[in-house]
Design a binder for this molecule. Sequence first.
Ligand SMILES: *Cc1c(COP(=O)(O)O)cnc(C)c1O
Length: 382
Amino acid sequence: MQQGNLLNWVEISRRALAQNVLRFKTHIGPAVKLAAVVKANAYGHGLVGVSRIVLESGADWLAVNSIEEAEQVRAAGIAAPVLCLGYVPLSQLEKAVRLDVRLTVYNPATVERLGEIAGRLGRKARLHVKVETGTNRQGVRREELPDFARMIAGYPHLVLEGLSTHYANIEDVTEHRFAELQLRNFSEACSMLESQGFSVPVRHTACTAAAILFPRTLFNMARVGIGLYGLWPSKETRISALQAGVALNELEPVLTWKTRIAQVKPVKSGETIGYGCTDLATQDTRLAVLPVGYYDGYDRKLSSIGYVLIRGRRAPVRGRVCMNMIMVDVTNIPEARVEDEVVLLGRQGDDSVSAEVLAGKIGTINYEVVTRINPLLPRIIV
Ligand SMILES: *Cc1c(COP(=O)(O)O)cnc(C)c1O
């Protein structure tokens, strides 16, 4: 294995990722395109490596957040359709057109500038209009939609390819009235544009939770992120799926975050551990020092409450998480040695540290746990 000289790294299971793509492909059916959401460095899993695998496994499009991410994907030689979900500054729009990136649009200034650029370059620019249906994040309000569509139609090189929206309250609840309302608003917006002579070929509203729970949100494309990485959007989504008898097989987490022990040492009963002397050895203790800290994305709130896996067993974090190091208690793992492999997140032997467990300990969601793993750490595909 090439991992021999690594100290702090992330392993990505090609098999688990490919399986998850297949599960979603099967679930949404052949009439619905799968846009794999690879924003935020593929949810911390590594943008380019993940993009290649999901496309090989049957994903149709990639969805990124920024023009920089789109650029990285194209620089890697990936020619698949790429949709940019986030805002692209006016100064970067020419680059977007040259890279043939589909843009999510909602500002007249963006359309104007794109119309001018595409005309000058003699190239088509494909736009996806985000419709405001109740999230009150990005989007064009429905009453402004016809004028917005007419504006796009006024530029010969602009193509109104897509209409999209995003749900506000689908992961957090097991009762989905608000999502139903947003779906109705979106369908009305589609009909309104149709009645005014606009035909928009690609319609997409579903994130992972919607794709799992509501076939009516699929239209002809789904934007699936967290589920492809083998993580559930929330406990509520899982409960709703069980209640509805959704036949989506188990998702398998794709990511394992590893490090190695840098030192093993005894600490005497009564001595304190780490910065602020916040932790106390109440018995003679063996500590292992690990070369990972909050800089790497190991949250400081895990101080004295996190745990890692060494030789398949749990070693609790002792004292504060430092910038580049943590200390863990290996008193009950007497075989622990310098350079033993340590799992910070993922499975080792019969036990695992899940993103959900870490998220629960620090008051956040699994999405934040994985996306905040420092992008500079190597991602190794295994
Ligand atoms: C991030 C994002 C998604 C993916 O959401 P998941 O819950 O990870 O599937 C879909 N659509 C938009 C607009 C997003 O920003």
